[in-house]
Design a protein around this ligand. Structure first.
Ligand SMILES: Cc1cc2nc3c(=O)[nH]c(=O)nc-3n(C[C@H](O)[C@H](O)[C@H](O)COP(=O)(O)OP(=O)(O)OC[C@H]3O[C@@H](n4cnc5c(N)ncnc54)[C@H](O)[C@@H]3O)c2cc1C
Length: 327
């Protein structure tokens, strides 16, 4: 540790921990990460993952953090090593009244348009075509780890059983433990929202390869997300509240196929390479703030289905709290 440098321990090496750690490093803090798992074994590795505010609150803060994150992803998309790039996503609705574009309309007007009828899958009445960041997790998470380490960050692999044990005089702690925060902080408001994805391999440059999401109607939740760097294609999804089971059940598999085939029938012969289930850290409101009892401890967890979407906004909000307190 360099004398006089302000030091922080970040608990967790998913997207929240890594992004927070990098935000703090950029501001001159010396940061270490303590974690039980690294990529590819975190929940963040199981994400779809697109910039898409979903199952996270409170709405006003999520909108602000999402917008901040969008801008950072736009910058990252200029670096091909990041695994982040902008795609046109069709946000579909079977009925025009189902589409609730609130957050999409808060983006710059050049980022979205109403889709042409010829662009709609059968059975859909309308869609917004929105320019959003797609994040290829197998590239992006190792990219963040490299960025963090190249800037002098250290990672210590261990299981933390008590947050108090991480605190040392003069050192701040940021808790980015995702769903595990529910035992570490005894937080009854944190609960699992199980999600499943099927990963297939793209066979060629098919004209039907595009990003589609139905988050609104009878066919929800359905999404198809081709990844152009790895050549994978992600089919989803599910959002089962309070479901802790790690398995990918047969009904979940058939449900995802059924819903996604409605979007793109050509997917029926897709070669599958993996099926994953992950537990989103669900909470009515993201917990981002100082702990009321333990001095020097900040929480940043409970991002639900939006961990990537709000990551940079939340990381900066943690930094602002620290700077404001003069810590
Ligand atoms: C199927 C699916 C699809 C998704 N799609 C999207 C999407 O498209 N867009 C989006 O924005 N979000 C999406 N999400 C949500 C997103 O994945 C989560 O919000 C995000 O991963 C949460 O990140 P995190 O860093 O807070 O937690 P995690 O990724 O769970 O990381 C927690 C870290 O804390 C460590 N840790 C926990 N407990 C301890 C302990 N006791 N001691 C030491 N270390 C510990 C873990 O090892 C890990 O490193 C999706 C999630 C799923 C499951």
């Amino acid at each position: 540790m360099q004398a006089g440098k302000k030091t922080v321990t970040v608990l967790g090496c998913g997207v929240s921990g890594l992004t927070t750690a990098i935000c703090l490093q950029r501001a001159g803090y010396e940061v270490e990460i303590v974690t039980r798992e690294l990529s590819p074994f975190t929940t963040s590795d199981k994400a779809a993952a697109i910039w898409f505010p979903f199952a996270a609150g409170p709405a006003d803060k999520v909108e602000q953090w999402s917008r901040d994150t969008y801008l950072e992803f736009e910058k990252l998309s200029k670096n091909p090593d990041s695994g982040v790039y902008l795609v046109e996503l069709f946000l579909l609705a079977e009925d025009v009244n189902e589409l609730e574009p609130g957050w999409s309309l808060s983006l710059p007007s050049s980022s979205w348009r109403v889709a042409e009828p010829a662009e709609l899958p059968a059975g859909y009445e309308t869609a917004f075509a929105i320019k959003i960041p797609l994040i290829e997790t197998p590239i992006y998470l190792p990219f963040l780890v490299s960025r963090f380490q190249e800037s002098g960050g250290t990672i210590h692999m261990r299981t933390v059983t008590c947050l108090e044990g991480l605190r040392e005089p003069g050192r701040l702690v940021v808790n980015c433990a995702g769903l595990e925060a529910r035992t570490l902080t005894v937080d009854a408001e944190l609960y699992p929202i199980k999600g499943n994805i099927i990963t297939g391999k793209i066979q060629g440059d098919e004209p039907w390869l595009r990003c589609l999401v139905d988050d609104a109607g009878e066919n929800r939740l359905a999404y198809v997300l081709p990844r152009k760097r790895t050549g994978d294609i992600i089919l989803g999804g599910t959002a089962m509240e309070h479901d802790d089971s790690p398995e990918f059940g047969p009904s979940e598999v058939s449900g995802i196929y059924e819903r996604c085939l409605k979007l793109i029938p050509e997917l029926k012969d897709l070669p599958v390479i993996s099926m994953d289930a992950g537990l989103r850290p669900g909470r009515k409101e993201i917990r981002l703030g100082w702990d009321a009892e333990l001095k020097g401890l900040i929480h940043n967890y409970g991002h639900g289905g939006s961990g990537f979407t709000v990551a940079w906004g939340c990381g900066r909000a943690v930094l602002e709290l620290i700077e404001k307190a003069g810590a």
